[in-house]
Design a protein around this ligand. Structure first.
Ligand code: NAP
Length: 492
């Protein structure tokens, strides 16, 4: 039995933040700075860090530049590389949490299992596996990429060797000299494949759909540059701004919509492929047959070279089944393996739907979302007062740093929390404001690259609706969501 997370408190918390990854920590820092409290953060895992704690596969790194993929109010002048590796990002989150005095406020090993709105007291009764918590407001900072998705392949349990997901890497398994199969060719796969290829006896990569890949140009950041950023913070800020606008341009470069520039971007990616892969047959297998931007555009300088190593095979036949000895493809060939790595992504829409939230009049979030999930600015849902989401529906990005979206949302939630501090018992988005917002983004999504680009991705739910990505630039989201318009909210 775990010890209870909280003593039964006479007074409810002012705000409970669920999740201690990037977004939860950002929210907690801002709440502390605004002196909002009492506040607590609960985190299901034994450490903070969220996705950067969980994804420890070899080669895990961020594909957004470090100086952009960090909090504007918690700068780090001495990032070691243009694209930080996972341990450095995890260390950054830890240092940031410690420097801002968050650790005593975070209850680790405490899993949120649901919450019920109490209209009479205007509080949420939260259930956790370490006892109940009562709070005026909940900020859900649970992220979407944390329930590993495994392919529904017959025989998956029959495999006799080690098998694990990229997000649940088994570091006790030594891959040296082994026959390793990797299933999937998304953002995680292209980082892990070059690392496995270096040590495995043989690596078979099972590809269903080739990704579009651009050059990465990763490099170490010189000590002299770090020193300059330390001495003159304005230079670091300028670098961050430069990176932001460079990425922001991609929104108009085909990353949200098929545009005249999509062809140019595809040309660049094809050129990268042609330069890296001289073999025509291999190149044909690696050439996507859908529009660039429809799936996440990947960056790597190591993936294509890794596929040309003598100990690597790219297998493009459909997987028919997993057997005790390995993988059998639809053409009947058996691929003998010692280890299977599932680089098969996450169950994103499912993880939101699993939240057991009971709002006003006993209405569950799953009911409110029976036609697909959606929230006003991706943050608030009518019928669920004092409940706020970070990285909620339609706020993911394919073109720029997600940290920018988090900071906009944190700003919005602070406005709402200020209204509660200013005397309101409850704040709830007006249904008509939510409907207007959703109509607006759904009409933008109709001709988006994710709908029109000729592919299927985790961005779309089972009905083919995009409930995950923001269909415009970050600046457009900033204009839409940074400040909470009180006319769109009902204060109770
Ligand atoms: P993903 O992009 O969803 O890729 C999953 C891969 O598994 C796809 O190639 C998919 O093929 C394949 N797959 C799934 N089921 C299969 C089956 N039955 N048979 C064969 N192949 C199958 O997952 P991910 O690579 O983990 O990335 C998920 C997200 O995490 C990314 O989009 C990104 O947002 C984030 N991420 C970010 C970074 C970063 O550096 N910032 C790094 C890693 C991940 P299909 O394409 O045919 O469906």
């Amino acid at each position: 039995m775990k010890a209870p997370a909280t003593e039964p408190a006479a007074e409810p918390l002012e705000v409970l933040i669920v999740g201690a990854g990037f977004s939860g920590l950002a929210m907690a820092i801002r709440c502390r700075q605004a002196r909002i409290g009492p506040m607590r953060v609960i985190e299901k895992a034994a450490d903070i860090g969220g996705t950067w704690r969980e994804n420890t596969y070899p080669g895990a790194a961020c594909d957004v530049p470090s100086h952009l993929y960090s909090l504007s109010f918690a700068p780090k002048p001495d990032w070691t590389r243009m694209y930080a590796p996972q341990p450095e990002i995890q260390a950054y989150l830890r240092e940031t949490a410690e420097r801002h005095g968050l650790m005593p406020l975070i209850k680790l090993g405490t899993a949120f299992s649901g919450a019920t709105w109490d209209e009479a007291r205007a509080v949420w009764h939260v259930e956790t596996d370490r006892g109940p918590i009562t709070t005026r407001a909940i900020v859900s900072a649970m992220g979407g990429l944390h329930h590993p998705a495994y392919p529904d392949l017959p025989g998956r349990d029959a495999f006799a060797g080690a098998a694990f997901h990229t997000a649940t890497w088994d570091h006790s398994v030594d891959l040296a000299g082994k026959r390793v199969g990797v299933i999937g060719t998304g953002a995680s796969a292209i980082q892990v494949v070059p690392e496995i290829a270096k040590v495995a006896g043989h690596l078979t990569l099972f590809q269903r759909t080739p990704p579009w890949i651009m050059p990465k140009h990763d490099h170490a950041i010189a000590d002299s540059t770090k020193a300059r950023y330390r001495r003159l913070p304005v230079l670091r800020r300028l670098e961050r701004a430069r990176l932001f606008w460079l990425h922001e341009l991609r929104a108009f470069f085909g990353f949200t919509k098929v545009s005249k520039l999509t062809k140019q971007a595809e040309g660049l990616a094809r050129h990268h492929l042609a330069k890296a892969v001289p073999d025509r047959a291999l190149r044909a297998k690696l050439t996507p047959n859908y529009r660039l931007g429809c799936k996440r555009v990947l960056i790597s300088d190591e993936y294509y070279p890794a596929l040309q190593r003598p100990n690597v095979t790219l297998e493009t036949g459909d997987i028919a089944r997993i057997t005790e000895a390995g993988v059998t493809t639809a053409d009947g060939r058996a691929h003998a393996l010692d280890v299977i790595v599932y680089a098969t992504g996450f169950d994103v829409t499912g993880s939101f739907a699993r939240m057991d939230l009971v709002g006003r009049d006993g209405r569950r979030l799953a009911e409110a979302w029976s036609d697909g999930m959606g929230a006003y600015q991706g943050i608030t849902v009518a019928g669920f007062p004092n409940y706020f989401m970070l990285l909620g529906p339609n706020t993911g990005l394919g073109h720029n740093s997600i940290i920018a979206m988090i900071e906009i949302q944190v700003r919005h939630v602070l406005d709402c929390l200020a209204a509660l501090r200013g005397g309101a018992r409850a704040i709830e988005v007006r249904p008509e404001a939510q409907a207007r917002f959703l109509d607006r983004i759904r009409s933008r999504l109709a001709d988006s690259i994710w709908q029109a680009g000729g592919c299927r991705s985790w961005y779309l739910d089972a009905q083919g609706r995009n409930t995950t990505l923001w269909p415009d630039s970050v600046m457009a989201y900033r204009r839409s969501a940074r400040r909470a318009r009180m006319a769109d909210y009902r204060l109770g």
